[in-house]
Design a protein around this ligand. Structure first.
Ligand code: GLA
Length: 726
């Protein structure tokens, strides 16, 4: 049993293999947070201390007791209105326009398995893999109810948090803020590790000490964004990859979000993660329920590698779904960087022929096959095949490609529309745009109002008509702009539109997954602009970045690896000079970098030399040999490529019988110093044979002393070392 309720001290204890989470219903009915960290036993309420704190008010029912204040106590559900002046998880605007709520414990239940959230992605687990706790809190005045959900996956050291808010009163209220998870620490100094970036340079790593005041990150773009990833880590200053305490919070949501970390007047730290509260004012009529998307929590007392492993396992095994969850993904050739918009059916077939000759398994026809779409100024919204451009019906092209032994995949951008399209002529009111104003254009396109079911239904029907034309086995779901002009013609309550948009997106994706279970979905948003746990519920892989430069990818994939498994990271070998940076890197380097992801190509094989084609054949053979180790192995960051000369990473099989190391040397200088790479995660007392040299090393030697990289000149060299336990 991983969830225990101790009647005696009204304490909830959530145990995982290595962690414990505790909270207590106090004598006033508030739900206080007691502890989250390394596994422990016994009630932890002795940690709380009480003192008369000036300017920290007291709940009325505490009477003359001036030592009891919500401004000081650690809480599970901090909300505006109880005298807590730190940032709240929930703000309610009541029917009488007053702000404020005061939730007290009413009931709870413990259920087998992991709770699910209607219309939202969520971690799942069978009854033998997890348990759920629901705690019902109620505001005795307004009768607004909050049910706090806790999902516990003991073997994975994962705890999830979510909530539902029900308007139990008679009149309409508004939810003004809804965060899924709050973590309060009574003391301690932490670093905040977050992941920032921009288009084509996503998920750089920032590590800063948490200081007084609040550090806020998030997205007001309607998507999770390239700029900040919806995931954050709180770590001890001393925490490293192998040692030290750290906590991760990852939001299972693909829209706007807000993460806050605040150090308060008593040096206590609060971290909150959930929905963005900007442009958010969600109406709830009497009896209506709002579900807050969930946050995945994990704790590691053994540093950041373990923290990442916990998240990787959870997302790979308990969030991703479908046919491709547990099996090798096809090695694909994507047409985008090979030919952009400039293709015909014949040239796509030729790409496929070349791909087949190299051992590639799937051809993906990217943007440009539909409507009037020869550049990015027109056609979005018109999801009918441009047979004139293809020179034949889609079905026959697919058949021919299948005839080569290749699967066929296709690109869509269902949420977007160009003004220069038939759809826009027919339904100009289907876009998000402010009344009387011209909308903001981005990539010359607008956004369809996916908060409206009839819009979602229409696009779904059109997409299905295409999918039914042939044996399509893969979809790249793209979204190439941020939302703006957030106004829907469907509602008077504009504060619901951004969230309803995401619900519309999820509804579409869920229908797609149900109707076409054999299709592999790859998420994409101008590369990694929607690389989040929410999307992984529908799309087990996501195009990591529009930047395919191997050197930049080493850094982007490094940052991505903190929160997401390698099986989710779309990564391709592209041509040189690289189209985004102009850099020339060796084909081997591009291959080794792309192998730290779902491997594929994004170039025109016809433009390669024979020797390069031969190299690609060998690369594909190599990848297939390592594929299972890469997908299922434990991923270790061996260096920090932002600070060290080499970027290096490692996959260790769960049974530690096989190890694969990837290394990219980022710099070259005269009279180079020698770089040593130290391995991680190997059991003591074992010996490993490096397969190329045949040399045998003790696991301690590999981990403590490391191995020197050969002295070689040449820019951006890369190495792949494969070890087997002997
Ligand atoms: C986005 C994607 C690219 C490509 C183009 C097509 O930028 O990230 O991979 O699909 O759109 O327009």
């Amino acid at each position: 049993m991983s969830i225990i309720f101790s009647e005696k001290d009204k304490t909830f204890i959530l145990h995982t293999k290595n962690t414990t989470y505790q909270m207590q219903v106090d004598s006033y009915g508030f739900l206080l947070h007691l502890y989250y960290g390394r596994r422990t036993e016994g009630c932890m309420d002795y940690l709380l201390s009480y003192a008369d704190r000036g300017f920290s008010g007291n709940p009325y029912d505490a009477g003359q007791d001036r030592t009891y204040s919500m401004d000081v106590l650690p809480q599970e559900l901090p909300c505006q209105g109880t005298g807590d002046y730190r940032s709240p998880a929930i703000i309610v605007k009541n029917a009488d326009s007053s702000y404020g709520c005061d939730f007290r414990y009413r009931d709870h239940r413990i259920l087998p398995g992991k709770y699910q959230l209607p219309g939202l992605p969520a971690v799942y687990a069978d009854p033998d893999q997890g348990e759920s706790l629901e705690i019902l809190m109620e505001d005795p005045v307004t009768h607004v109810e909050v049910t706090l959900f806790y999902g516990v996956l003991p073997d994975l050291d994962i705890i999830t948090r979510s909530a539902s808010i029900r308007n139990g009163g008679g009149e309409k209220i508004y939810l003004e803020k809804a965060q899924a998870a709050c973590l309060d620490w009574l003391y301690g100094d932490y670093d905040l590790i977050s992941f920032y970036g921009r288009h084509a340079m996503e998920r750089n790593v920032q590590r800063i000490p948490v200081a007084h005041g609040a550090h806020v990150l998030g997205s007001r773009r309607g998507t999770s964004s390239h700029q900040y990833n919806p995931m954050m880590i709180l770590a001890d200053h001393e925490a490293t990859e192998e040692a030290g305490s750290c906590y991760a919070m990852s939001f299972v949501y693909s829209g706007g979000f807000k993460g806050e970390v605040e150090k308060d007047q008593f040096n206590q730290t609060r971290a909150l993660l959930g929905l963005s509260d900007e442009l958010f004012s969600y109406p709830l009529d009497s009896g209506e329920v709002f579900y807050v998307p969930e946050v995945v929590l994990t704790y590691s007392s053994q540093g950041l590698s373990r923290l990442s492993h916990n998240l990787h396992r959870c997302f790979r095994l308990h969030l991703c779904r479908g046919k491709y969850k547990d099996c090798p993904r096809p090695i694909l050739l994507n047409s985008w960087e090979a030919s952009y918009f400039d293709f015909s059916g014949a040239s796509i077939y030729e790409l496929a022929r070349q791909a087949a000759d190299l051992g590639i398994e799937m051809l993906v026809m990217d943007d440009g096959w539909f409507g009037k779409r020869d550049d990015d100024n027109s056609g979005l919204g018109d999801w009918f095949v441009n047979e004139e451009k293809l020179g034949e019906p889609l079905g026959s092209l697919i058949e021919k490609i299948n005839g080569l032994g290749l699967k066929f995949g296709i690109w869509f951008e269902p949420e977007s529309i160009n003004e220069d399209s038939q759809l826009y002529k027919e339904h100009p009111d289907w876009v998000l745009s402010l009344p009387g104003r011209n909308p903001v254009r981005a990539r010359n396109q607008l956004v369809l109002d996916f908060s409206r079911p009839e819009v979602v239904d229409h696009i779904f029907r059109e997409v299905c008509k295409v999918l039914d034309q042939g044996n399509i086995e893969y979809i790249k779901w793209d979204m190439n702009r941020s939302l703006s002009d957030c106004y829907s013609r469907n509602t008077k309550d504009q504060g619901r539109v951004l969230h309803d948009y995401v619900l519309g997106l999820y509804d579409f994706l869920e229908r797609l997954v149900q109707c076409y279970p054999h299709i592999l979905l790859e998420g994409c948003s101008g590369g990694g602009g929607r690389f989040d746990a929410g999307m992984l519920y529908y799309t087990p892989q996501i195009w990591c970045s529009d930047n395919t430069d191997a050197l930049d990818r080493v850094r982007i994939q490094y940052g991505t690896s903190f929160g997401y498994p390698v099986s989710a990271v779309g990564s391709h070998v592209s041509a040189v000079p690289n189209h985004q940076t102009g850099r020339v890197t060796p084909l081997r380097t591009r291959g080794i970098t792309a192998m730290a992801g779902t491997f594929g190509y994004e170039l025109d094989p016809a433009s390669l030399m024979d020797v390069e084609r031969e190299q690609i054949r060998a690369q594909i053979r190599e990848y297939k040999q390592y594929e299972s180790l890469i997908r299922n192995g434990l991923y270790y960051r061996l260096t920090n490529p932002f600070q060290e000369e080499a970027g290096a990473w490692e996959f260790v099989a769960e049974d530690a019988l096989e190890v694969l190391v990837g290394i990219v040397v980022q710099e070259v200088h005269g009279n180079m110093t020698v770089t040593y790479i130290r391995l991680k995660g190997l059991p003591e007392g074992r010996f490993y044979k490096e397969q190329q040299s045949g040399r045998v090393f003790a696991s301690e030697a590999l981990m403590e002393a490391g191995i020197p990289l050969p002295e070689q000149t040449g820019e951006y060299r890369a190495y792949q070392l494969y070890f087997k336990s002997v």
